[in-house]
Ligand binder design. Structure first.
Ligand code: G3I
Length: 450
């Protein structure tokens, strides 16, 4: 069987009709010389990441602890997480993250007290009077902020209060309490923990536009009224190639109001599959955001919304898009990681030279099917076993493979070496092949080695 399939592959290779190849360095867990958190600290900035509490072990925990000095719970502190039933609290994941942060000399950004999403059903379904809801909100803030008093550096007190045109978003809080719910929430949060910096956080407010101007005007008026407001969070859920050109100017105008600015949820998504060209553009985009923050003294730092593509909200929310974070799904630093390091003054910005890489090619294609191959080559490194992983971007399916054992789950494919070809010496290579089905388009995915 093996020789028959090899023969088939050889004959197909003779008639190559389409080929694309991408390199993926592996194993390349070594990143910049200094962790991002040290580089950031030397610049007077912080480097943060959103985290999922249950994942803070193994490689995920090592990277979160090593590279970042700020953590934001991605979901654990939201109202729906902490008080799923009225008066019945679940602090387990939030506590776990705060404990982890303290053990790793990290600060924590509380996220978030008042938002129109991820609220418990009892809250959103209640038909509250203004006085009832006001008391509920006050108690919520007093309870949650009070629980972590002295342990959190900052709170996103109000999240996403504006529409795109700069009008107030109609929410339970806005519609029942009036637009001064924001001032009330800030005042209650200050009372519960006078040491925590209090922020309003929103998206699509990175550049100068109607929404960021509304936020600007709100902060200006809160300051004038003496309402406690310490900073604004610019979420920065961006798209490759679309960093707003007015970002630094926008950060500066908030700083000039006398508040801090934090980039709170940075990710830069792309249409999958990721290509080297898109990853290179993404790296430039990450660097542009970092540079904008570094350039303004009151920009406290940057938090990425998940540091690995395996822990990102993007694929669930924007089908077909992803690869938005600085590390790939196998925890390998992407060009974006090196761009962040470089913007923070790091010197090691290229992956180590000794590496094994995987190259994916379409060797033959017809109306519904195709034959592909992956070549794994090592230079300055070697492998004793391998696994080649990729995610199809257009619904392709593997139907048959040779010289590897392949499994596919959804769009994710993982191919492990056969018993006879796990070893790839320095300077050597191994190739395996497969047949697949496709329709519409058959883009070449990025292959990573694990
Ligand atoms: O925990 C449940 C799990 O039990 C269940 O099996 C699973 C099935 O879908 O859902 C899980 O909950 C999901 C939760 O994330 C935890 O993974 C929710 O469905 C999902 O909606 C939720 O998404 C979060 C999203 O906020 C909600 O809008 C993302 O993880 C989180 O990253 C995202 O973060 C927000 C910021 O808080 C505010 N700014 C925008 C940003 C992106 O939407």
């Amino acid at each position: 069987m093996r020789s028959l399939r090899s023969g088939l592959l050889t004959s197909l290779l003779a008639g190559v009709v389409a080929a694309g190849s991408l390199l993926a360095a592996a194993p390349a867990s070594h990143a910049a010389d200094s962790p991002l958190r040290d580089l950031a600290e030397a610049k007077g900035k912080v480097m943060g990441t959103a985290v999922t509490g249950s994942k803070l072990t193994g490689t995920y925990g090592e990277i979160a602890g090593r590279e970042f000095n700020w953590l934001t719970p991605g979901n654990a502190m939201k109202w729906g997480s902490v008080e799923p039933s009225r008066g019945s609290y679940n602090w387990a994941e939030a506590d776990q993250i705060v404990d982890f942060a303290e053990a790793h000399d990290q600060q924590v950004r509380g996220h978030t007290l008042l938002w129109h999403q991820q609220n418990p059903g009892w809250l959103t379904n209640g038909n509250w009077t203004r006085d009832q809801l006001s008391a509920i909100v006050r108690d919520h803030i007093a309870t949650e902020v009070g629980r972590y008093k002295g342990r959190l550096a900052a709170w996103d007190v109000v999240n996403e209060p504006f529409n795109e045109d700069g009008t107030y978003r109609p929410t339970l809080f806005h519609d029942t309490l009036g637009q001064d719910y924001i001032a009330q929430a800030l005042t209650w949060a200050r009372a519960a923990d006078p040491g925590a910096k209090l922020y309003i956080n929103d998206y699509n407010v990175e550049g100068v536009n109607a929404k960021s101007t509304a936020l600007y005007n709100l902060v200006k008026s809160l300051k004038e009224r003496g309402v406690p407001i310490d900073g604004v969070g610019l979420q920065a859920h961006l798209i490759v190639g679309q960093v707003p050109s007015t970002m630094q100017q926008n950060i500066q105008r908030f700083a000039d109001l006398g508040v801090d600015v934090a980039i709170t949820e940075l990710d830069i998504r792309m249409q999958l599959p990721a290509t080297q060209a898109k990853l290179t553009q993404q790296a430039a985009d990450y660097k542009a955001v970092m540079n904008a923050c570094v350039a303004v003294a009151r920009c406290t730092g940057v938090t990425v919304w998940g540091f690995t593509d395996s822990d990102s909200w993007i694929p669930d929310t924007f089908p077909g898009q992803g690869a938005a974070t600085p590390y790939d799904e196998n925890y390998r630093p992407k060009p974006a990681y090196h761009a962040i390091a470089q913007a923070l003054g790091g010197t090691t910005t290229t992956p180590p030279t000794g590496a094994c890489s995987a190259t994916y090619s379409v060797t033959s294609q017809w109306s519904t099917g195709y034959t592909g191959q992956v070549r794994i080559a090592c230079s300055g490194a070697s492998l004793s076993s391998w696994k080649a992983n990729w995610t199809f971007g257009a619904g392709q399916r593997i139907t048959q493979a040779w010289n590897a054992s392949c499994t596919q789950s959804g769009a994710a494919v993982s191919c492990a070496n056969a018993s006879y070809n796990g070893s790839v010496p320095d300077g050597g290579s191994v190739t395996f092949g497969f047949n697949g089905s496709w329709s519409g388009s058959n883009p070449v995915p990025v292959v990573t080695l694990g």
